[in-house]
Write a protein that binds this ligand. Sequence first.
Ligand code: NAI
Ligand SMILES: CCCCCC(=O)/C=C/C=C\C/C=C\C/C=C\CCCC(=O)O
Length: 258
Amino acid sequence: MALEGRTAMVTGAAQGIGRSISEILLKNGAKVALLDVAEATGTTLKKSLDGQYGPERTLFIPCDVQSQQQFKAALQKAVETFGHVDIFCNNAGIANENDWEKAVSVNLMGVVRGSYLALEHMNKLSGGQGGVIINIASLAGLGPFPGAPVYTATKHGVVGFTRSMAATSKMSGYGVRFNMICPTFVQTDIINSLTCPAALGQFAHLADPTRKLMEQHGVLDVSRVSEGFLQLLLDETKDGEALVVVSKGSQYYTFPSL
Ligand SMILES: NC(=O)C1=CN([C@@H]2O[C@H](COP(=O)(O)OP(=O)(O)OC[C@H]3O[C@@H](n4cnc5c(N)ncnc54)[C@H](O)[C@@H]3O)[C@@H](O)[C@H]2O)C=CC1
Ligand SMILES: CCCCCC(=O)/C=C/C=C\C/C=C\C/C=C\CCCC(=O)O
């Protein structure tokens, strides 16, 4: 199998896109450390995966990506259990324009924190074995999503950070590839935030236009994102790339040259 002997760590793995990415990694032979702040959902998922793949293939670690201490301890536990981690997916994210500071903390600071911890472990210049880091951004990381300005800002931040880290890693010789995925709407719990006044905050009046945007773009199955993830992971020529996953297909985004 393509990922036999490889070990991955996925944040926000208990459900939705993170769960689908974890499952495609397992199907292809990898071992996976599943991180999520939702302890009950994560524990239930771990039990179900134990039945399918055997208990030694996964590890569930309760972890809030906002906490440096929890995140560092989670990586340490995964390394102690599996020996190393060579695939890292920063996927955990929320949509909340009302509690916008939390959205910045989870969606952007959590991705920076996870990427730096993963890099510290993987960096060939400091004894690591190299690896791949794939961050889950959004189509809202490439253009304006009306009604969700802070969500949009965090995803633009993830795109800029990941591209810069790819260039930094290449120029420094770290042996770590950085890529990102920019999906359109995907059928998971987060899209309920789009019509939830508490999550839209001062932009609650934009719930209807947002619903229309969703109808126009279509809502994808999570498997479309995990298939894209596998493609990016296995293609060693991809570094600093944004894979856009929309209803008509998946394609690499062409950024304007400066
Ligand atoms: N569903 C969609 O339409 C799209 C989602 N995305 C992105 O995909 C990623 C995954 O979202 P979905 O699976 O759609 O949503 P989801 O709400 O189904 O799953 C998010 C997971 O992240 C976990 N999580 C939230 N805060 C966390 C924290 N502080 N620490 C650790 N785990 C935390 C949740 O417990 C949950 O299991 C997010 O970054 C989201 O922004 C991107 C484009 C489209
Ligand atoms: C706030 C809830 C977020 C739900 C999950 C999500 O990220 C969904 C995003 C879907 C679409 C984003 C909408 C608009 C983005 C606008 C323009 C993209 C233009 C890209 C380009 O070609 O320049």
